[in-house]
Design a protein around this ligand. Structure first.
Ligand SMILES: [Zn+2]
Length: 444
């Protein structure tokens, strides 16, 4: 166990290393890395990990970067996860004079950490991905630097600190993290016991989010001349009972979070197209794209079954009715040349407040004098893979603020970066003291 003095030292080291961390974040923001083009960003990260003296630095075949600090004693491996890609900055004219790739620092109006409806003046770093999630790489990697310093000073470190900088988070199927865990880890003989995500949480502990699936549901008919519609079967009319059943019967009965913490699962019909799509032809195909938000525990198969049941009901009522439903495929090209194919699917998940890992994270924040508050994300993250798929204890903890993600007001408070460096190091120190059986699989 570490004493009060150790955690005081953690705060002190964070204060001392803050300037180097901020410089590193500036350099990352100045290195554009839209999904699929993360190579230069990865090079910047690798150089920093090597400079700081991480014990192992590795780039896998997908272009993910892994940096490991090995403890002196056996213990758990805690994965820290930040994605290297970001979304397009959009129109530069909306950036209020800031260069999206400038990494400029100034004192400006920014949302308060404890109440984002209020603003105050604070020093901030600006630019695309400052809040999603380049500042996250900074404070996670520098949390490792604090541990390296402690080790150098003679403190015993247990287990392994594992930083992972991943590709293709923003692309929709968490392919970077998914393939790293599925393929790279076994090849390297690595595993992990828990994960900490740097996605924006305003220094709160975030405990879950809903999942997401994109579906394509197609109803079929038969073409005829538009002047004699009675001779054909209009695929759009065949879609009507499907839409009605989904709206009236399915949506109200979608799964709810029994604890009422996550929003109810949902289905939204967002695009309708038909083919052949000419004014003089009765359409023989109507394609409907649905955005489905899932509850934790729902799988691709179980979510698909709900829509298949609607199709079966329509077919039972109308012998002419024909329809298919499928998940939309997703293909991500890595800067290394590797291609990752899968589906537009992200798992939902939740960890309980009384899980030993959550409690260790809460103790850690108390150790370094930070308030312990909880929340849930409205958007999806790479936690979907570690928590939703692998059911391993996972938590969000970050100095970045959700309201700036993907906006032209993209920024991160520097006071929060320093706090997140100390908080992440403390989370490692507390979590590394846990026993194997404390890393209980998540249940939902
Ligand atoms: Zn993100």
């Amino acid at each position: 166990m570490y004493d009060e003095k150790t955690y005081k030292l953690v705060n002190q080291l964070a204060a001392e290393m803050k300037d180097d961390c901020v410089k590193f974040i500036q350099k990352m923001i100045q290195t554009p890395s839209v999904s699929g083009t993360e190579e230069n960003m990865a090079n910047v990260v690798i150089a920093e990990l090597e400079k700081l003296g991480y014990d192992e630095v590795y780039r896998d075949k997908y272009g993910n970067v892994i940096g490991i600090i090995k403890g002196d004693e056996p213990g758990p491996t805690i994965m820290y996860n930040s994605h290297m890609d970001h979304v397009d900055p959009g129109d530069p004219n909306n950036w209020q004079g800031y260069d999206p790739y400038g990494g400029q620092i100034d004192v400006c109006d920014v949302a308060c950490l404890d109440d984002n409806t209020k603003t105050e003046k604070a020093e901030c770093i600006h630019g695309r991905a400052a809040s999603d999630v380049k500042s996250g790489h900074g404070f996670q990697i520098y949390a490792g630097a604090i541990l390296l310093k402690l080790r150098e000073m003679g403190y015993k470190i247990k287990g392994n600190f594992m930083y992972t900088g991943v590709v293709h988070e923003e692309s929709g199927q968490n392919a970077g993290t998914r393939n790293m865990i599925k393929h790279t880890f076994p090849e390297k003989g690595w595993d992990f016991d828990a994960m900490v995500s740097s996605e924006a949480t305003s220094l709160k502990l975030y405990l879950g989010h809903r999942g997401r699936i994109e579906y394509l549901l197609t109803t079929y008919g038969r073409t005829a001349h538009g002047s004699c519609p009675q001779n054909g079967i209009n695929a759009i009319y065949k879609a009507l009972p499907v839409i009605q059943k989904i709206r009236d019967d399915v949506i109200p009965n979608l799964p709810k979070d029994p604890e009422g913490e996550l929003e109810q699962a949902s289905i939204s019909l967002n695009i309708i197209e038909c083919s052949p799509g000419a004014l003089s032809i009765v359409p023989d195909k109507c394609m409907m794209s649905f955005d489905r938000r899932t509850m934790m525990g729902e799988t691709v198969e179980s979510a698909m079954e709900i829509l298949q049941k609607v199709i079966d009901e329509c077919a039972a009522e109308d012998p002419e009715f024909k329809a298919t439903v499928e998940m939309k495929p997703d293909v991500d090209h890595c800067y290394t040349g590797e291609v990752m194919s899968g589906y537009k699917f992200t798992e939902g998940w939740k960890i309980k407040k009384d899980h030993p890992f959550t409690q260790a994270c809460a103790r850690a924040l108390e150790d370094v004098g930070q308030p312990v508050q909880y929340g849930y994300w409205s958007f999806a993250t790479d936690c979907a893979v570690t928590a939703g798929y692998y059911k391993k204890p996972t938590i969000g903890y970050s100095g970045m603020q959700e309201l700036y993600a993907h906006t032209p007001y993209d920024k991160c408070r520097i006071d929060a970066i320093e706090k997140a460096m100390a908080g992440n190091a403390a989370i490692y120190l507390e979590a590394s003291q846990l026993d194997k059986e404390d890393f209980k699989k998540l249940e939902f």
